[in-house]
Design a binder for this molecule. Structure first.
Ligand code: HEC
Ligand code: HEC
Length: 356
């Protein structure tokens, strides 16, 4: 369609006007006759300018369409084989597979008239009279639920017609909107004052190793031991302000998580030398695709979830351990669930300290 708009509508007129001047100055050819210009100058503008006299109604259009168009485009404009569909697709433009038809996509009825007049029926282009093109255009509108069956299209009412997607097209506004942005002097240093690491791309292994994780873990363990794993806040030694840690989790939270991890320990190992046991190793679990620890035999449910794109993040692990069977039916982790959201947050914070 856009290809047609560009080459068909915009260029045809302009090229013809320039021709006689070139011909004179180079001493070649002759000026085109008015009849010759008229034969080429058949483009129709959105407001109907360029239309010949004439009219045609839906019923006449149906007969013509059945005889000359339906064997390629289908009785209801539904398309046949690889011939394009001419009706339907309304509301589909934002879908993954939009159906762009006259009714759902084309901005102007003038393009329909012009296209049919210029190029259809395929193999016998420009064999239709103006009245026939009006009638077929009226019928195509009917197939797209735009008019009733008693409708007649003519040069007189053509300009009143609006297609549903006209407002979906707008003038190219790059000069106003994009040019100023791209002509600014680019920022080349310290462009973003505070950078926070919010996710780990552990699967792709592109996130640099975190040298502070070990230190944080040791600190958390010490605190957990000192406080019995419970309310650590009161006796907490002041922590070195550490950008990564403050962007991530407080040592108190991690310590609380370590004590909660007792519920997982019988099945999952973490830390140096961890091995798969009843459950997979949980080192580096955050950022990893579900069901991908090497050497562990998962249920089809869990590997399937990974195939479908489940990635373990703080949120998804938390949702999973809140209610493992509810979250992922038919997985094989026999664990009833941790209902308290704060406790889950702490537990996940603890797991986040174990990278691979
Ligand atoms: C022999 C098969 C054939 C016949 C008969 C035929 N067409 Fe087509 N039609 C095509 C093909 C092929 C295209 C796509 C052309 C292209 O994309 O360059 C097309 C494209 C179109 C389009 C543009 C569709 C779009 O969304 O891009 C319209 C409108 C159309 N035809 C109308 C008609 C009408 C009206 C008739 C009858 C008068 C007709 N056609 C007869 C094969 C046919
Ligand atoms: C009774 C043993 C058991 C307990 C207790 C247990 N898990 Fe699991 N966990 C498993 C098994 C088995 C799987 C693999 C399930 C499957 O393949 O369907 C698993 C899978 C997981 C996964 C997904 C791993 C991956 O690679 O996709 C996470 C995350 C997880 N468990 C976290 C926890 C946490 C956190 C706890 C503690 C709250 C916990 N589990 C308690 C046995 C257990």
């Amino acid at each position: 369609m856009s290809r047609f708009l560009k080459s068909g509508l915009l260029c045809a007129g302009a090229a013809l006007v320039a021709l006689p001047a070139i011909a004179q100055s180079s001493g070649l050819g002759r000026a085109a006759l008015p009849e010759e210009v008229a034969a080429w100058d058949i483009d129709i503008r959105p407001d109907g300018a360029g239309l010949p006299d004439g009219s045609g109604d839906v019923w006449t259009g149906e007969e013509l369409y059945e005889a000359q168009c339906a064997h390629c485009h289908g009785t209801f404009g539904e398309g046949m084989g690889s011939w394009p569909m001419l009706a339907g697709g309304q509301g589909s433009l934002t879908h993954e597979h939009p159906q762009k038809t006259i009714g759902s996509y084309w901005p102007y009825l003038s393009t329909v008239w012009d296209y049919v007049n210029r190029a259809m029926p395929y193999g016998a282009a420009q064999s239709l009279t103006p009245d026939e093109v009006y009638a077929i255009t009226a019928y195509l509108m009917y197939l797209n639920d735009l008019v009733d069956d008693d409708f007649e299209l003519s040069r007189d009412n053509f300009g009143d017609i609006r297609l549903p997607n006209e407002d979906g097209f707008y003038l190219d506004d790059r000069v106003a909107l994009e040019w100023p942005v791209f002509t600014q002097a680019p920022c080349m240093s310290d462009c973003k004052p505070d950078v926070q690491v919010t996710m780990r791309a552990a699967v792709l292994d592109v996130t640099p190793d975190d040298p502070t994780a070990d230190a944080r873990r040791a600190q958390a363990r010490a605190m957990a031991a000192a406080s019995g794993g419970g309310d650590a806040a009161a006796s907490t030694p002041e922590v070195e302000p550490d950008e990564e840690a403050s962007a991530a989790h407080s040592p108190e939270l991690i310590a609380q998580g370590e004590s909660l991890y007792r519920a997982c320990r019988s099945c999952h190992q973490v830390g140096d030398g961890a091995r798969n046991s009843v459950g997979p190793v949980l080192n580096g679990i955050l950022g990893r695709v579900a069901g991908r620890v090497e050497g562990f035999r998962y249920s089809p449910a869990l590997t399937g979830a990974g195939d479908a794109g489940l990635i373990w993040t703080e949120d998804t692990v938390s949702d999973f351990i809140a209610d493992p069977r509810g979250y992922l039916p038919r997985n094989r982790m026999s664990y009833a669930g941790l209902r308290d959201a704060d406790e889950r947050r702490a537990l996940v914070a603890y797991l986040s300290t174990y990278s691979e």
